[in-house]
Write a protein that binds this ligand. Structure first.
Ligand code: G1P
Length: 298
């Protein structure tokens, strides 16, 4: 029997400079998509995939993140008193039980691989998931759940994958495909942010991973890669060809939004707004109106 994936690491130590000035005092992960912070989407996806332990790798100035996951007894009491049961339920659904959640500090910004390495002592010798909350994925079956189901067949290491336009490959980890089986590909190489014109494919790694704890052996070496940072991609690449392990790319079903960019965040806001029964009609009418006014002006 394969070990179940019950732990997930959420690297949230980035400074979010692309969202300044907002991120001067608000952690990027707390920024709101419709009415929920980005990180809540990541947590919900992890839970749906069977994750029981949530490990956040944080940094200075992320206190609001810890507060967000704390219980809010006063607020709950007030809502109960006013009979606002619906809001009470929403609030309760965001509570994390004691011991379910852990925070580790990444003291220096040395890269994604280093951030994941910081959580090594909480992982022990089990497979684990990594979720980058910047990548928000709208999907009927949540992306990590799709991957966990596929992983039960393959084992090894699995990364979410998606084709990107050739001119965008230098922003991603890119897979060198060994065998393309449709939903799944086996991988013979991985390059983090390849220089223009040198990408082995246009199949990019998206921020969902299921990894074998053996990646820590490579991360322990603290070798820096692209951009002078310790890259997770490089550590995963070392797992290729390992007997009984290997690396797979998984083409998930769903739409990914790059909420690490302003344009991606805005697109996600519109898409998630349109998916909400309570907002759809108003938002649709508004979008329609501004688009037709703009067209008329042209
Ligand atoms: C990180 C990873 C990269 C991956 C990307 C997905 O890059 O290093 O391999 O393709 O996330 O969003 P970042 O966007 O943090 O620079």
């Amino acid at each position: 029997m394969r070990n179940k994936v019950t732990k997930a690491i959420f690297p949230v130590a980035g400074m979010g400079t692309r969202f300044l000035p907002a991120t001067k005092s608000v952690p990027k992960e707390i920024m709101t998509l419709v009415d929920r912070p980005l990180v809540q989407y990541a947590i919900d996806e992890a839970r749906a995939a069977g994750i029981k332990e949530f490990i956040f790798v944080t940094s200075r100035g992320k206190g609001a993140l810890e507060d967000y996951f704390d219980h809010a007894p006063q607020l709950e009491q007030e809502l109960r008193r006013k009979g606002k049961d619906d809001l009470l339920e929403i609030l309760k659904s965001t509570n994390m039980d004691s011991g379910e959640i852990a925070y580790i500090r990444q003291h220096r910004a040395l890269g994604l691989g280093h951030a994941v390495w910081c959580a090594r002592r909480l992982i022990h010798n089990e497979p684990f998931a990594v979720i980058l909350p910047d990548d928000v994925i709208a999907a009927e079956t949540p992306c990590l759940q799709q991957m966990v189901e596929a992983y039960e067949e393959t084992g090894g290491n699995m990364v979410a994958a998606m084709e990107v336009p050739a001119e965008k490959t230098s922003s991603y980890g890119i897979l060198d495909v060994e065998q393309d089986m449709g939903t799944m590909v086996s991988v013979k190489g991985m390059v983090e942010k390849p220089e223009k014109g040198s990408a082995p494919s246009n199949l990019a790694v998206i921020g969902r991973y299921i990894l074998s704890p053996t990646v820590f052996r490579t991360l322990n070496k603290m070798k820096s890669g692209a951009g002078g940072e310790i890259q997770l991609t490089d550590a995963i690449a070392q797992e290729i060809g390992v007997e009984g392990s290997g690396v797979y790319g998984y083409r998930f079903r769903g739409q990914r939004f790059d909420c690490g960019s302003k344009s991606g965040f805005l697109q996600a806001t519109v898409a998630f707004g349109l998916a909400r029964d309570d907002l759809k009609a108003d938002l649709e009418a508004y979008l329609h109106e501004i688009m037709s006014t703009r067209k008329a002006a042209e």
